[in-house]
Design a protein around this ligand. Structure first.
Ligand SMILES: NC(=O)c1ccc[n+]([C@@H]2O[C@H](COP(=O)([O-])OP(=O)(O)OC[C@H]3O[C@@H](n4cnc5c(N)ncnc54)[C@H](OP(=O)(O)O)[C@@H]3O)[C@@H](O)[C@H]2O)c1
Length: 287
């Protein structure tokens, strides 16, 4: 790499870099020449990223997207690091952080649903409000790690309600930020091999012990069937490095597409989305 202080290095901020796709994307981009601000919400994850000792990787802690007060400090860190390297603006914010859980809507924990909405929708909006002046300065682009398809999937509405809202935000921003040519790009991921499916399965197991028996019994058989088909799906999930490569492609493309598909069953899920809504609903009700 050119060490001249006038060298223009592109910088990106990735949220949720403790594991899974966020960590993979952050490492891949740093190893391929981007300056990467990798945000985490736990000190142990900050230390783990520091231990990698990758010169282009700047771990940033804490950023919990449910805590808006964390954002000004993150902005200060980013501005300071950019100034120290003589880099103008931030080329991209990559909205990746998220969680979600499995539950029928009738039994879902409203507190956990609120947390997910804050993490995937309100937090990213507040983050972008803070970072847009820097993105504008760099003539940058915004990336969203997204679902492969906008369809109603039973028992995961905490995730998919956010996916629908995220899609709305990204497409609306594409229009609102049009005058400054700041693309909003959806990286639509099929099944990716990350810790999240195992976390969700464990959380469901615990919830099933807590839900009132008579109401759980209404859904139990369907939930067990759902988990069985998910565990078959889990065996075919894609290495998150593929998502990182797709993000790299979207960042480097001169004229990026508005959406990229990657991961297990991503393309067929996208096709499913094109079917008439009544037909999709009918198919999903047979699951
Ligand atoms: N896996 C898939 O098949 C798939 C497919 C399509 C889209 N996605 C989306 O991809 C994103 C990454 O998922 P993943 O599969 O890589 O899961 P993951 O390994 O569980 O990573 C989720 C990341 O989000 C962070 N996070 C959670 N809540 C947060 C909050 N309130 N504030 C800041 N960070 C928070 C987690 O941090 P902690 O470690 O501190 O919890 C973790 O770093 C998610 O938005 C998910 O919806 C996943």
């Amino acid at each position: 790499m050119n060490e001249d202080s006038t060298y223009y290095q592109k910088s990106v901020l990735v949220t949720g870099c403790s594991s899974g796709m966020g960590r993979s994307i952050a490492l891949f981009l740093a190893q391929h020449g981007f300056l990467v601000f990798a945000t985490v919400r736990k000190e142990k994850d900050f230390n783990s990223l520091k231990d990698i000792d990758e010169k282009n990787l700047v771990p940033v802690f804490p950023l919990d997207l449910t805590i808006q007060e964390h954002i000004p400090n993150v902005l200060e860190i980013v501005k300071k690091e950019l100034a120290a390297r003589n880099i103008k603006g931030l080329y991209s914010v990559i909205n990746n952080a998220g969680g979600g859980f499995i539950a029928p809507i009738e039994l879902m924990d409203i507190g956990k649903f609120r947390t997910e909405l804050e993490t995937r929708i309100l937090g990213p909006v507040a983050l972008l409000q803070a970072f847009l002046p820097l993105i504008r300065e760099a003539h940058g682009r915004i990336l969203w790690i997204a679902t492969p398809s906008l369809i109603p999937i039973p028992y995961v509405s905490s995730i998919h309600a956010c996916d629908f809202a995220q899609n709305c935000l990204a497409r609306t921003l594409q229009i609102e930020l049009g005058p400054w040519k700041i693309p909003n790009i959806l990286i639509r991921c099929g099944g990716m091999d990350t810790p999240s499916p195992a976390k969700n399965a464990l959380e469901l197991e615990n919830s099933m012990k807590e839900w009132p028996k008579e109401r759980l019994n209404l859904y139990k058989e369907a939930l067990i069937k759902n988990q069985e088909s998910l565990s078959k799906f889990d065996k075919k999930r894609t290495d998150p490095k593929k998502a990182a490569e797709t993000v790299f492609k979207a960042l480097c493309a001169k004229n990026p597409k508005s959406r990229y598909q990657v991961g297990h069953l991503s393309k067929s899920a996208a096709f499913f989305e094109c079917l008439p809504q009544a037909l999709v609903d009918h198919i999903m009700s047979g699951r």
